[in-house]
Design a binder for this molecule. Structure first.
Ligand code: FES
Length: 487
C-alpha cells in the first residue's frame, strides 16, 4: 500500500480547504482507504496543484493571524528541540525507505541473475519463459520509477510539513488539526476551531487532561494540577501544557453542542473601544490569563459594566485565544450602550456571563454555505464565518450583508479582506430597498444549485421569516436553513 494522507494533510498539500477534499470524496472522485487518500489519487483529482511553497496555506494562515491579532513570525517556528526531534523522525523514515530501496534493488538484481542463468539453459521453452520474465521485470522496474516521479514533489512537501508541524487525530470525534510552531496542543486545537474541554489554559484546573494514545508530546509549561503516576502510565497529559513532537492520536473530550458548555462568569478587561460608525462601537475584551471563556461560534453572552447589563452575540471566533469582540449599537433606552458610548474606558472590567443560545454552525454538513447578515445580524454571522474558516469545512462560502437604508456595513473592509485573501469566499454588500424580498430574491438568484448549500440568515424577524417563506416556496429543504432573529 502506498503512503496514505489524512484529509487535513491532503488539503494542505494541494492548497485547498478540507471541505473541497471532502466534497471530492463524497462525489466518489477521490477514493479513500480507511478515511485516507493516496498521493497519486490526490494529484489526479487536483491536477493543477502547484507543488511550490504552500501559498494557499500561507494566505489562510496570514488572514487568520491578522483576524486573530497574533504575531505569526513568533509562532510559526517550532522550538529547536522539537524541530530536531521531528527531523530525527523524518530522518528515520528516510533511512527506512533507503534500506527498503536497497533491499529491493538487491532482490531484483538477484532475480535478474537467476533469469540470466535460466535463459542460458538448453531447454527452449524455459528459455522463452525466462526471456519473457526478464522483459516483464525490466518493464516493472521502469514502471515503478515512473509511478513515483510525479508524486515525488508531493512526498517531499509532506516531509517538510512533518518537520514544521505535527498532525493530531482526535478520538472519538475523528477531528484533525496541526500543531504549529510553539503552540500547545490545546492552542492548536482552538485555532483549528475545535471545542476541546478546557478552562484555565494554564495548568491549574485539569479540564484539558486527555490521553495520548500514540506519538510523543513535550511539556512546554509547568503545571500545578497533579497528574498521578497511574494516569501518566496510561498516557494522560494536560493539553494546555504540552506540545506535539510527533504526529499524535489523542483521546479527548469535545463539546458536540451548546448543551456541553457550562455557563461561566468571567471578569474581562477592555482592550479596545473602536468607533466604527456614529452609532456602532466594536468592543474588544480580553479574559484573564488563567480563565478563558469557552463558547461556540454564534452564541451570546450577557455583558455587565457598572450597573448596566445587556446580552450581545460574541462576534469573534472561539479560536481567538483570550480575545472576544462584540458590536454595540447606540440605542435609546439601553443603559449598557449609554455606558459604552459615554463612560467606558480602556482597561476597565466588563463582566461576561454565558454562553447562551444554540445558533451554531452545523459542522457535520458537507455543503457549501450562504451567509446572509441583515443589519446587526452581522454579529453572529461574523463569528460563524471565522469559525467556518478555522475549521475549513466548507468548499465555498458566500456572504451577503444586507443593510437597511439608514444603516451601514460597519465591517466592510474586513469582509472585503476575507474575499481578497480566500479563493473560496465571496462577499457582496447590499442595501435593502422598500421590499425586503427583493434583496433576498437577488441573493438566491445568484446560486443556480441552491440546494447544494446550507443557508444561515441572521437579522430582523421580517428578514428571517421572509427568507424562510421564499425558500419554502422553492421546496428548499428546511433542515438546510438556519435562521436567527436578532432582537
Ligand atoms: S485548561 Fe486548565 S489545566 Fe489545561
Amino acid at each position: 500500500m502506498p503512503k496514505l494522507l489524512t484529509v487535513s494533510r491532503a488539503a494542505r498539500l494541494v492548497g485547498v480547504s478540507r471541505g473541497a477534499v471532502q466534497k471530492k470524496i463524497q462525489d466518489g472522485e477521490l477514493p479513500t482507504f480507511e478515511g485516507q487518500v493516496t498521493p497519486v489519487d490526490l494529484l489526479r483529482v487536483f491536477p493543477d496543484t502547484e507543488l511550490k511553497p504552500d501559498r494557499e496555506f500561507e494566505r489562510v494562515t496570514s488572514i487568520k493571524a491578522h483576524a486573530y491579532g497574533k504575531r505569526v513570525a513568533e509562532r510559526t517556528m517550532p522550538d529547536p528541540e522539537i524541530l530536531s526531534a521531528r527531523l530525527q523522525e523524518v530522518g528515520g523514515e528516510l533511512a527506512d525507505a533507503k534500506v527498503a530501496l536497497k533491499h529491493y534493488r538487491t532482490v531484483f538484481q538477484q532475480l535478474q541473475d537467476q533469469l540470466d542463468q535460466i535463459s542460458h539453459s538448453t531447454a527452449q521453452t524455459r528459455g522463452e519463459l525466462a526471456s519473457q520474465l526478464r522483459k516483464w521485470l525490466s518493464k516493472a522496474l521502469d514502471q515503478s520509477q515512473s509511478d513515483i516521479r510525479p508524486i515525488q514533489p508531493l512526498l517531499l512537501q509532506d516531509s517538510m510539513l512533518t518537520v514544521m508541524s505535527a498532525h493530531v487525530h482526535l478520538q472519538p470525534s475523528g477531528h484533525e488539526f496541526f500543531v504549529e510552531g510553539k503552540d500547545s496542543i490545546l492552542e492548536a486545537a482552538l485555532t483549528a476551531g475545535l471545542s476541546l474541554d478546557y478552562r484555565c489554559s494554564n495548568g491549574n484546573c485539569g479540564a484539558c487532561k486527555a490521553r495520548i494514545i500514540s506519538g510523543d508530546v513535550k511539556k512546554i509549561k509547568n503545571h500545578d494540577y497533579v497528574i498521578t503516576e497511574a494516569e501518566k502510565g496510561m498516557g494522560y497529559a494536560l493539553l494546555c501544557c504540552h506540545t506535539a513532537v510527533t504526529d499524535l492520536v489523542v483521546e479527548a473530550r469535545e463539546a458536540s453542542g451548546a448543551g456541553d458548555i457550562p455557563e461561566q462568569e468571567i471578569p474581562a478587561k477592555v482592550k479596545g473601544i473602536e468607533r466604527l460608525t456614529e452609532d456602532m462601537i466594536q468592543l474588544s475584551l480580553q479574559t484573564p490569563r488563567t480563565l478563558r471563556m469557552r463558547f461556540l461560534a454564534g452564541q451570546l453572552a450577557e455583558l455587565r459594566a457598572g450597573d448596566a447589563r445587556k446580552s450581545y452575540h460574541m462576534a469573534s471566533c472561539p479560536c481567538d485565544d483570550r480575545n472576544i469582540q462584540f458590536y454595540v449599537r447606540k440605542e435609546t433606552g439601553n443603559a449598557f450602550s449609554d455606558y459604552v458610548f459615554g463612560k467606558l474606558k480602556k482597561s476597565e472590567v466588563v463582566n461576561i456571563r454565558g454562553p447562551f443560545g444554540d445558533y451554531i454552525l452545523n459542522e457535520d454538513s458537507p455543503r457549501s454555505i450562504v451567509f446572509i447578515a441583515w443589519d446587526d445580524g452581522f454579529s453572529p454571522i461574523n463569528s460563524l464565518i471565522e469559525h467556518a474558516m478555522a475549521l475549513e469545512i466548507a468548499e465555498r462560502m458566500h456572504l451577503y450583508w444586507i443593510v437597511s437604508k439608514d444603516k451601514q456595513h460597519y465591517r466592510d473592509n474586513q469582509c472585503r479582506a476575507w474575499a481578497d485573501a480566500l479563493d473560496n469566499f465571496s462577499y457582496e454588500p447590499l442595501v435593502a430597498g422598500s421590499h425586503a424580498r427583493d434583496a433576498l430574491n437577488h441573493v438566491f438568484r445568484q446560486h443556480r444549485q441552491l440546494e447544494d448549500y446550507d443557508i444561515y440568515i441572521a437579522g430582523p424577524e421580517a428578514a428571517v421569516t421572509g427568507a424562510r417563506q421564499i425558500l419554502d416556496n422553492r421546496a428548499f429543504p428546511a433542515a438546510q436553513v438556519f435562521g436567527y432573529v436578532v432582537e
